[in-house]
Design a protein around this ligand. Structure first.
Ligand code: HEC
Length: 129
């Protein structure tokens, strides 16, 4: 009788530990993706960092940091033209404009690395309305 009780307590405490770990991991993940946290990550500190963390070449993060102010989230357009029209489905054309700029748009060569520009181009090329 005593043994079954010990086993049951053991199983319960293992289950509680697993749930606690799961909740903790989830809250850490949501803290990392929360907008307030992204805002504190300035572009300057991003480019000066030499580590190649996945976020640095993540097209969507880079787009939201460098492009969305003028082209809207998801390329829906703002002061800059919409990019989700289907005309920009060629990543290399997008990359060329990001590098050199166009009209009222600044070029990003020097500010962004080639892999970062490629990630943005791939992201924009995949945008759909
Ligand atoms: C300061 C505002 C601004 C920022 C930031 C900006 N753009 Fe632009 N972008 C413009 C404007 C304005 C145009 C239109 C230029 C023209 O045709 O004279 C444009 C044009 C473009 C075009 C060509 C669209 C067309 O229909 O001619 C592409 C592609 C583009 N931008 C991609 C990007 C990407 C990708 C980023 C982020 C790396 C970005 N832009 C950042 C303002 C901006």
């Amino acid at each position: 009788m005593l043994r079954t009780k010990v086993w049951r307590n053991l199983i319960i405490s293992i289950a509680v530990t697993i749930i606690a770990v799961a909740v903790l991991t989830q809250s850490i993940q949501s803290a990392q993706t929360s907008p307030s946290n992204q805002a504190s990550q300035t572009p300057a500190s991003n480019t000066s960092s030499t580590s190649s963390s996945p976020t640095q070449v993540s097209g969507v993060n880079l787009y939201n940091t460098y492009c969305s102010a003028c082209h809207g989230s998801n390329g829906s357009g703002a002061s800059g033209p919409a990019l989700n029209t289907g005309s920009w489905s060629d990543s290399s054309k997008v990359q060329a404009i990001v590098k050199s700029g166009k009209g009222g748009m600044p070029g990003f060569q020097g500010q962004l690395s080639d892999p970062q520009i490629k990630a943005i181009g791939d992201y924009v090329a995949a945008l759909k309305k």
